[in-house]
Write a protein that binds this ligand. Structure first.
Ligand SMILES: O=P(O)(O)OC[C@H]1O[C@H](OP(=O)(O)OP(=O)(O)O)[C@H](O)[C@@H]1O
Ligand SMILES: O=c1cc[nH]c(=O)[nH]1
Ligand SMILES: [Mg+2]
Length: 209
């Protein structure tokens, strides 16, 4: 059974509060989302296997650990997921990046696909799907479905704010995918927005409202 991990680290919670605040402008919002993604990468990669290699320090020969040949692909759900990519790349610079374009139809709240471009060798990689908001769960469940259709087996979902409804939907459809989030909020409002949430993540990242 997949797990849901909430990051209760004070730095994560502090920065999350800042992006929730309606007075936080585009520049700070972008920087904070980037930093949050970087901080969360620390936990998302905790189960990466390590191996010992021989090195020589200025003092003595030593056996020391390195990550054991892990290949990673980051897959942001456009647009808002883009804001989390660079923070992860700063810690995993060799990761490849695939893009899945989905927008949520404002009437039906169902995801509509408009773009998909993935690395050729993505089946050999551990995939981290990123999207700041997990609301009804429709977008994340669809993105995971696309990736499974392309033969990808190992996936994690990293978001910043999740609604209980979204977690349920993703795990009902994909019980093997772990979810990492900085918060689980209270509920969705009648427009499918997370309450209290942070509003429209894409608009706040790109200044489109
Ligand atoms: O869980 P769901 O109910 O599917 O909602 C979450 C989706 O909604 C937002 O994207 P949006 O449709 O606003 O597109 P955007 O990123 O281009 O703004 C968000 O970034 C998620 O992708
Ligand atoms: O609260 C929400 C829900 C969906 N998408 C967002 O950007 N925010
Ligand atoms: Mg949006």
């Amino acid at each position: 059974m997949a797990k849901v991990q909430v990051f209760d680290h004070p730095l994560v919670q502090h920065k999350l509060t800042m992006i929730r605040d309606e007075n936080t402008g585009v520049k700070s919002f972008r920087e904070l989302v980037d930093e949050l993604a970087m901080l969360m990468t620390y936990e998302v990669t905790r189960d990466f296997p390590t191996e010992e290699v021989d090195i020589t320090t200025p003092v003595a020969p030593a056996k020391a650990k390195v990550i054991a040949g892990k290949k990673v692909a980051i897959v942001p759900i456009l647009r808002a997921g883009l804001g989390m990519v660079n923070g992860i790349l700063r810690l995993i610079p060799a990761a490849k990046v695939g893009h899945i374009g989905l927008y949520r139809d404002p009437e039906t709240l169902l995801p509509v696909e408009y773009y998909c471009k993935l690395p050729n060798d993505i089946q050999e990689r551990d995939v981290i799907i990123v999207d700041p908001m997990l609301a009804t769960g429709g977008s994340a469940a669809a993105a995971i479905g696309f990736l499974k259709d392309r033969g990808i087996k190992s996936m994690k979902l990293m978001c910043l704010i999740a609604a209980p409804e979204g977690i349920r939907v993703v795990h009902q459809a994909h019980e093997d995918v772990d979810i990492f989030t900085a918060a689980i909020d209270d509920h969705l409002n009648e427009h499918g927005y997370i309450v209290p949430g942070l509003g429209d993540a894409g608009d706040r990242l790109f200044g489109t409202k």
